[in-house]
Design a protein around this ligand. Sequence first.
Ligand code: NAP
Length: 246
Amino acid sequence: MSQGRVALVTGASRGIGRAVALKLASDGYRVAINYQNSASAAQGVLERIRASGGTAMAVQADVSSAEQVKGLFSAVAKELGPVEVLVNNAGITRDNLLVRMSDEEWDSVVRTNLNSVFFCARAAIRTMMKARFGRIVAMSSVSGLAGNAGQANYAAAKAGILGIIKSIAREAGSRGVTANVIAPGYIETDMTASLADSVRERALAQIPAGRYGSPDDIANVAAFLVSDAASYINGQVVAVDGGMTM
Ligand code: NAP
């Protein structure tokens, strides 16, 4: 199904990225697990893939840095080959009301959540176009679709992802490359674990499915979008949110 393709998942040490890496490995992809700080968690993902007979590597790189992204892509190319499937997943939040938001809170979120997509997609696109095959998926958020009080930085970065991904879809669509966006709703990971109970309850009340999502809910959709079966889906935004934003 995967033809042993090389997949790079950014921010794959924890949460959604981890679930995507494990799912792609179980589908037969050779997986590069990118992480920034959580070395032992990334090692755990690597060992789990290897224990079930898969091929993977873990690469430390801050994807908000153009320089480190270059290093990331050359490390993957050297050990596994050129990246054929790119899942831009790494992301952070630094929530604050606009009136109190610092330059640092704005910059760090835009660099990590949006600049990273530019750096990684730019690093991947040439070989994908030459090979007449490529898959790029980026994690946006329902906040990027609808905005969210306290998340002006995050919502702006996540909305920006739609612009870059749709542009890539137009630039590279005729070369067998697709670029799509997943907009997760409220998914149970470290990112949402620290939210106040009142915020969690308010979110739950807006989800027709009546439950929060799991990382696997997102991983299953990512795995479909990068598969051959999804070759005619390009430039789309798939909300995986239990009906929250319909
Ligand atoms: P998470 O549990 O906080 O995990 C974030 C991952 O991103 C970690 O593996 C982290 O690596 C990595 N990361 C952060 N900054 C990085 C950087 N500069 N370079 C490389 N890796 C970096 O988050 P999550 O909930 O799984 O979210 C994953 C993605 O889905 C994010 O883009 C997030 O915005 C989006 N999303 C999440 C939700 C949700 O409800 N959870 C909803 C909508 C969208 P280290 O730990 O190694 O530093």
